[in-house]
Design a protein around this ligand. Structure first.
Ligand code: ADP
Ligand code: MG
Length: 312
């Protein structure tokens, strides 16, 4: 698991140091959103979803994706093994974009926003549910029969509403029915959720994974909501890593969204963080998913990596 071989007494000390954190979080739910960018970019570069290589286990994956996923899967399994209840929500925007490009599908825009037509929705659903979700579930289950993959369409988990009819099948979360999650978690399983929802008529919608992760964390009254992305956390100046902020209140983060200091893909994360901590989630974190074992560092050590968002 680890790259450096530590002397046995050091390993024992590390385990003991984690004890207070293990006791504190055992039996608590942690919702982890695994970003499409973190999934791809172990070394910071974008690896295409295709072409693919076939690994010794016969599964298709590029080398970089496989490595990132392996480490993530280890973290999830470790958390579950020490009694923490992880629920995984994943994105896949870059992977959808990559397949669309290969299929020669030209993205359409309305007022600068991408339109999700029926064909785009079909591609998004295939990639998220049929590829990214399967890859994460498969990698976790290398360690034992733990993960169960779900789409928001399953067992009424996510009822979607259309965000703006002119944008096509882009949805918002109308309601979350957590029954299926409770049932899986009660059986000791780890739900892995692809963020396609459906409306009451059965029409599918693609929903932003950050938004879904926030809504699920709130519904479950999770202890933590953790975003694993491709930057080390929220910066006061978006392109300067030296401006990483370690702790923010919901009001401070709202102000950063209003001023434009938080932009692009960080906006739905920030909005989910502030909403979640105001609605029963103890803390939300934005961490660098490219850093090996980032979740373990955050949850089980006093290190505190990335940005922590709290209500006050
Ligand atoms: P993910 O796949 O994890 O959802 P996104 O690309 O959607 O990743 O969102 C993360 C991106 O948000 C970062 O790579 C960065 O370019 C952008 N960003 C915008 N504002 C900020 C900020 N204030 N601090 C950090 N990142 C920011
Ligand atoms: Mg994003």
């Amino acid at each position: 698991m680890s790259q450096v071989e530590l002397p046995a007494p050091v390993k024992a000390a590390v385990l003991c140091d984690a004890l207070p954190y293990i006791r504190r979080f055992a039996g608590r739910t942690v919702v982890v959103k695994y970003g499409g960018n973190a999934l791809m970019a172990v070394d910071g570069s974008a690896a295409p979803i295709l072409p693919v290589t076939t690994g010794p286990d016969g599964r298709e994956a590029s080398g970089r994706e496989t490595e990132a996923l392996k480490r993530f899967a280890e973290d999830v399994v470790l958390l579950r093994s020490i009694g923490i209840l992880p629920v995984v929500v994943h994105g896949g925007g870059p992977q959808i974009g990559s397949l669309m490009k290969r299929l020669g599908k030209v993205p359409e825009f309305h007022d600068g926003l991408r339109v999700t037509d029926a064909e785009t929705l079909e591609i998004a659903r295939m990639v998220l549910v049929g590829k990214v979700n399967r890859d994460i579930v498969g990698m976790i289950n290398v360690h034992g029969p733990l993960a169960v993959g779900l789409s928001g369409e399953d067992a009424g988990l996510i009822t979607a509403t259309a965000r703006d009819p002119q944008l096509g099948y882009v949805g918002d979360v109308g309601a979350v029915d957590p029954s299926i999650i409770h049932r899986l978690v009660a059986e000791g399983l780890v739900p892995v959720i692809a963020t396609i929802g459906s409306d009451r008529a059965g029409q599918a919608y693609n929903i932003n994974a950050d938004t879904v992760a926030g809504a699920i964390a709130e519904t479950l009254k999770a202890e933590k909501l953790v975003f694993l992305t491709d930057v080390e956390g929220i910066r006061s100046s978006s392109d300067d890593p030296a401006t990483l902020l370690h702790r923010l209140s919901a009001d401070e983060l709202d102000a950063m969204v209003a001023s434009g200091a938080v932009a692009e893909g960080m906006v739905p994360k920030a909005t989910a963080c502030t909403h979640a901590v105001r609605h029963g989630v103890a803390a939300a974190h934005v961490l660098d998913g490219r850093v090996t074992h980032a979740i373990l560092l955050e949850l089980l050590t006093s290190e505190g990596v990335g940005t922590m968002v709290v209500a006050q």
